[in-house]
Each structure stands twice: as C-alpha cells, then as structure tokens.
Design a protein around this ligand. Structure first.
Ligand SMILES: [Zn+2]
Length: 565
C-alpha cells in the first residue's frame, strides 16, 4: 500500500476507530464449502501460503525493488507457481518460451533530481529574491527533460480543482494561459473523502493546470495540510526518484508535458508570493478554516524555476495467467485478481538490517493470490467466467504496473468485469471480520456480502473513511479504466477476545510499515492467512458465476467518471 499521510496521523485515526468500533469477538464457524464447489477446493493450505511468503520475503530477494534482480526472481517464482497449477500464460507474448510467456515486461523512465540544481527566484517590481533549496522550496525530478527552465507570471487558482460533478471549478473565469499556477494543497473539506482524494491528487491537479494552458505549478502548504503532512517530513524524500511507464513512442505516460516547472512551498515562503497582492495569504488561510474555496486572482510576481534531472530506463515485469472459465460465452469475461509483487528494496539506514523484506507488504497478498490460483485450478467445475491473475510491479512507485496492465491488458479491453485486489493483509491475528473497500460503489456489495456469508465472516464498514483507502492501491488503476473493484483487508475484530485488532494494525503501521522489520520475524497467524484466502476465493467465485456481470451503481461518482455509458 502506498501512503500519503504521516504514520502519526494514521495511528491517531486508528485510535479513534477503537472507540467507535465494537470489538465483540464473533464466534468463527467456518464452513467454506458451497453447493457449487467441493469442500477441498475451498480449503486453503496454510503450509503453501507460508512457503510462498517465506520465499518472497527472503533476504535473498533484497526487498524486491522494481527493476531489481530480487524482483525479477520473485516474478519468476510467481510465474513458475502459476505454471504448476496449469494456468494459461497471459503475458505479452503467449508464444514465448517457458516462464517468459507469463511476463508482461514494462519499460519505465526513472528520473532523479540533481540535488545541487534546483533554483527558484521570485521577480517583482522591487527586484529578484532567490529562495533556498530545500528549506524554502522543494521540487521533484523532471520526467520529460533532463534540463528544465521556465519563467512566467503567477496566478493563484485556489485548490486548482475542476470537479463538475461536485459543482466546483477553481479555474472558472481565470486566464492562466502561459502562467505558473499557485494552488493550495488538498481539497475543500466538504468534498466526500474518496471523490476528494481523486480530485486532490497531484496528477489530477496537474491535468487541470495543463488543460488551462499553465506552464508550471507551485503547490503551497496550508495549515490543514501541515498538520497531516508536515513540510519538514517532505525533506526525507528529496532523493526519491520519480518513475512512469513508457508509451510505445518512448514518452512517459501520465505526465503533463506543458508543465515545465513545479515546486512545493512551506507556508512562510508561500507568503512571499502574496505580498502586495489583492489578498494576503493569511486572509486566504482564514477563509479555509470555515471550509471556504478562495477564488483565484493574478499575483504581482514572475517566478523563475529551473532544475536538472538524470534519466535512465529500466524494465520490470507484470506476471499474468488465466484460468479458463467453463461457460462457452461467459469465459470471454474475466474476473481479475491483482497483487503487487514489488516492494521498496534497500533501506537507507545505518542499522545492520538494510533489507526491506516487505513480508506483509506485499509478500502476504501475493502468497494469498498464489494459493487462490491453486484453489481455482483444483475445482472440478471451473467457474463460468475466466479468472485472470496479475502480479503487478511498480506499486510502490505509484501504482505503475497495475496502471500499465489496466491500460494495456493482455485480454481484450472491456472483458475485465471486476477486480479483486490483495495488498498488505495483516496476517498476525485471527480476525473475525473483513473490510471491503470499494464494494459500496457497485453491485459488488451484494456479491461480497454473499461471499462473506458463505465463509462465515462479518463485513464491517470502512473504519477510516477519511483515509480514502479505495484510491490508494492497485485496484484503483482498474477503477480508472472503468472496472469495478474491491480491496479486502482483515477487519479490526479479533476471534480471540484478548487481541485488539485495531492495536495490531496500528502497531504494524507505526513500527514495521516500509521498514526492514516488515520481515519474517513477525508473528504470522497461518489460520488468518487461510481464512483471508478463503473469503477472497469465494468473492471471485461469486463474481465469476453470477448471471450478470458486475455493474457500477446508478449515479456512482467513480462509475460516471471512468465508465460513462
Ligand atoms: Zn507499500
């Protein structure tokens, strides 16, 4: 899972969740068999899940960084397992020899910022003022050019969001052509959380700026965003490379070419841009306190931005395989399971253990997907629709492998009817419920309810709606291509009354998440692993066998936005 919030904030939210959630342990009566399928076919094997997880999280794989040898070995292992179950290769070239037939190799541009290079100057009637990097501003690497310079007039554009479905347009009546836009971080508070996360994302804001003719974008911290994500924390990521997959023409995808400059400013340097303007930044910040959406206006300055970036090309595979459905018509539709196989590689730490094993993130989800694939392959009667399994790369770099697959699928576009994503299930306690992010946006809710009931497990509502987790893992890449998706995590209720699921989850996030200690020394509960597999298998089976393909709810924002009729 990728996170855009500080751990501290997340744990605080979790603690709040404890107060509102009843922690009554549900009696677990697990009868995983259904009328359609023999009991063995739905009985996950703990030893197999454990073996996968121990392989994928081994030190030898060095944290499975996208493009690394360790991740290549992980991918080869995944392909080999899928081949063992007799699944059909669904890589780019299904005629390729051996395991290559399961691979969809993706090319990426990898860009790093030359740390000595970033420059920002504010030019006004009284002269020019140079800001200090990284104290007064930061910027990321440029994915298009290795050297970029831009100098243009500034215009304030509020949050910089155009959201017709929410009747909000910060660009209405503004002439931003050829200018650098200055946008507030975040979104209006009254925006619903999941929709808001979509509009507040950097990539969406850049799109709106580019569509309006801007040549650069400066994002400024607000008192609200500073609380959630302090500017000081951003300094930990100065060396973080940016990556995008490359289109056939060699250009990086999802980049606004016309935005030449970009910068991120803390509050005190942002104030400099508003000195002598028609409104002060303080005044604007005050308006935000009552959820105002300040209107834009021209600022009395020109800004010059420049930077140097280093580029390289790397390749990394998605792994894909198909279990063919049993219905002559419906087998042309696919229920897609996804799990990211990559993690974050070596840690920049002085400690002895430098390997981010990513046992929970996401060796656990990948292992559950492999066992899911095996169980489907064992069924006497195969599901009506086909099942597609995709282990995606580049999740930790911004959901890149899933985005590539969803946009360049190795099955016909439009044939993927639903996505079930597996990412970072915390498998250290026997949970009594699950949370199904995204199910409420489509008729998948009924299918998931049905599946949970068959496995004898409770479904709990999203305990962290403000986190918008629906937009934060690979399933969202499928959603953006119009495919309804669901993403399950073990719930916060534990079968053992002495275990507090909330605390276990909070402890993982604060102590092990994206750290070398997310390794095999954690206290895995293999019963939880089998239960989690069972419910995910049942969901896929329900989706694959139901008469009608899954549909977005009438009037659903994500359906209307990404799958307009
Ligand atoms: Zn992660």
């Amino acid at each position: 899972m990728i996170t855009t919030v500080s751990t501290h904030h997340f744990v605080k939210q979790l603690t709040r969740g404890i107060l509102t959630l009843s922690l009554l342990a549900a009696a677990s009566s697990l009868s995983w068999a259904t009328e359609e399928v023999s009991p063995e076919a739905l009985t996950p094997d703990a030893d197999r899940i454990k073996a996968h997880l121990h392989f994928l999280a081994d030190d030898l794989l060095e944290g499975r960084e996208t493009g690394s040898r360790g991740h290549e070995i992980a991918s080869l292992y995944i392909a080999t397992e899928l081949a063992k179950y007799g699944l059909t290769p669904a890589g780019t070239d299904a005629q390729a020899q051996g395991m290559s037939a399961y691979m969809q190799r993706v090319e990426f541009r990898h860009a790093t910022l030359v740390q000595e290079s970033p420059k920002m100057a504010i030019i006004g009637p009284e002269g020019s003022q140079t800001l200090d990097y990284p104290k007064q501003f930061i910027m990321g690497p440029d994915l298009i050019s290795t050297e970029s310079n831009v100098e243009a007039k500034l215009i304030f554009v509020g949050y910089g969001i155009t959201a017709p479905l929410l009747e909000h347009d910060d660009y209405a009546g503004l002439d931003v052509d050829g200018k650098i836009v200055v946008a507030l971080s975040g979104k209006p508070q009254h925006f619903p959380s999941e929709e808001g996360a979509h509009f507040a994302s950097g990539s969406q804001k850049q799109r709106y700026a580019a569509q309006n003719g801007a040549v650069g974008m400066i994002t400024i911290v607000t008192p609200q965003s500073e609380k959630v994500r302090p500017y000081q924390n951003s300094l930990n990521y100065l060396h973080t490379p940016a990556m995008r997959w490359l289109k056939e023409n060699g250009e990086p995808a999802n980049v606004q070419k016309s935005l030449i400059g970009s910068a991120y400013l803390p509050m005190d340097s942002a104030e400099l841009l508003f000195e002598g303007a028609q409104r002060s930044l303080d005044d604007i910040y005050t308006e935000l306190e009552s959820d105002g959406s300040p209107a834009g206006f021209d600022l009395p300055y020109t800004v010059a931005l420049s930077r140097e970036s280093e580029h390289k090309t790397i390749t990394s595979p998605n792994v894909a395989a198909i279990l063919e459905g049993s219905d002559p018509e419906l087998k042309n539709e696919y229920v897609v399971y996804s799990a990211h196989s990559d993690h974050i590689g070596f840690a920049k730490t002085v400690k002895k253990d430098k390997i981010n094993n990513g046992a929970m993130d996401n060796a656990s989800g990948t292992s559950v997907m492999l066992e899911t694939a095996r169980l489907f392959s064992q069924m006497d009667t195969k599901p009506k629709r086909s099942i597609l399994f995709v282990a995606v790369t580049g999740e930790e770099k911004g959901l890149l492998g899933a985005d590539y697959y969803a946009r360049n699928p190795t099955v016909p576009k439009g044939s993927m009817v639903a996505n079930v994503n597996l990412d970072m299930p915390i498998l250290t306690y026997e949970f009594a419920d699950v949370i199904a992010f995204g199910a409420n946006h489509s008729d998948m809710q009924a299918s998931v309810d049905d599946a949970a009931q068959k496995v004898g497990i409770e479904l709990s509502p999203d305990p962290w709606p403000e986190q918008a987790l629906f937009t934060r893992s690979d399933h969202y890449s499928f959603v953006k291509q119009g495919v309804p998706a669901v993403f399950l995590v073990p719930g916060l209720k534990a079968s053992d009354p002495d275990v507090d699921g909330s605390e276990v989850f909070g402890h993982f996030i604060s102590t092990h998440y994206h750290k070398p200690s997310d390794d095999l020394n954690q206290d895995f509960n293999w019963q939880a692993a089998t239960k989690f597999t069972a419910v995910n298998v049942q969901i896929g089976l329900t989706l694959a066998n139901q008469a009608e393909r899954t549909r977005w709810n009438e009037g659903d924002f994500f359906g209307d936005t990404f799958a307009p009729e």
